[in-house]
Design a binder for this molecule. Structure first.
Ligand code: NDP
Length: 282
């Protein structure tokens, strides 16, 4: 067994997070003792909570809704991906400072390509949402070779901010929700909103979905049901929820802290078998 390192996930709310369970399983698999707790911090209390965590030996953290953009602002240094995302989901203590990473996008792409067997290259892609999760996955989708990334969000100003941060005007197309009627079918539609947590589907025209469409919801459990059911009802070829992404982004974070990447299938299968009872929290 290696030495114990002190880890946590910060969010608000965070009580239902599956991350402590996932990281405990990874530690067991690789022979590391894992001390990983969930810390509830409202946005205004996040800085102080993170400082207190570091002062008591905290060396790594995950950050979830609604703190990812705040974590980006707090990090002393950042990876290139986190910078393009403007959002951080993983913090690594380096001396007296925090280094920020974003593993959400790598996690999503890994799940879609390796677990679901999808080739993302050349897919006309629609990203719905412009919050922390959308920011995290957008750079990775572009790097995976999608053929253009159309971005829409309920609050249009956030769509523009995300498109600006991505800095790829030739491939990133910010649009208003009202413009979607004229856009035809997409090969890949990624719902990165939290609407499903309230049991609703963002207001979208059915013309977006065709026989080739793969629909992905970053939520899992009950929260993924409304959007994926909507997509299936309109003829989507395949639907994927965010459980695989959750496990894969966790494995990427684990690798940053411990220097080795765990195998993910066993943890995924275990969670998948209980998917109906899972509450989206990461
Ligand atoms: P944020 O709070 O940062 O952003 C929420 C987004 O959802 C915004 O774009 C918001 O739009 C939009 N939204 C909320 N309600 C509605 C609605 N009723 N109709 C349309 N749009 C709506 O959350 P995150 O980006 O961090 O998380 C989004 C989802 O992704 C969550 O369910 C989260 O659990 C999931 N997630 C899953 C991960 C995984 O590993 N599987 C990892 C990260 C996130 P507006 O800007 O207008 O408010």
């Amino acid at each position: 067994m290696s030495h114990v390192i002190r880890l946590a996930v910060f969010g608000h709310p965070v009580a239902h997070s599956l991350s402590p369970r996932i990281h405990a399983a990874f530690g067991q698999q690789l022979g590391h003792l894992v001390d990983y707790t969930a810390i509830d911090a409202a946005p205004e209390a996040f800085t102080a909570a993170l400082q207190a965590f570091a002062a008591t030996g905290g060396t790594g953290a995950n950050v979830t809704l609604p703190l990812k953009e705040a974590a980006f602002a707090l990090a002393n240094t950042c990876s290139e991906r986190a910078h393009r995302a403007g959002a951080v989901n993983t913090l690594v203590r380096q001396g007296d400072t925090w280094h920020g990473e974003n593993t959400d996008g790598t996690g999503l792409v890994r799940d879609l390509t390796e677990r679901q067997g999808l080739d993302l290259r050349g897919r006309r892609t629609l990203l719905i949402g412009a919050g922390g999760a959308a920011r995290g996955v957008a750079p990775a989708l572009l790097d995976a070779g999608v053929d253009g990334l159309t971005v829409v969000n309920r609050t249009a100003a956030r769509t523009d901010a995300l498109a600006d941060a991505l800095g790829d005007p030739a491939r990133v197309h910010p649009r208003y929700l009202e413009q979607l009627d004229e856009m035809g079918e997409f090969d890949l539609i990624v719902n990165a909103t939290s609407a499903g947590r309230a049991g609703v589907v963002p207001d979208l025209p059915r013309s977006l979905v065709g026989m080739r469409t793969v629909a992905v919801d970053l939520s899992y459990g009950e929260a993924a049901v409304p959007f994926l059911a909507w997509a299936r009802a309109h003829g989507a070829r395949q639907t994927v929820d965010g459980l695989g992404m959750l496990v894969e982004q966790a494995a990427e974070s684990f690798a940053l802290w411990y220097g080795e990447r765990p195998e993910t299938d066993a943890v995924y299968d275990d969670l998948q078998s209980r998917t109906a009872s899972l509450v989206t929290a990461d």
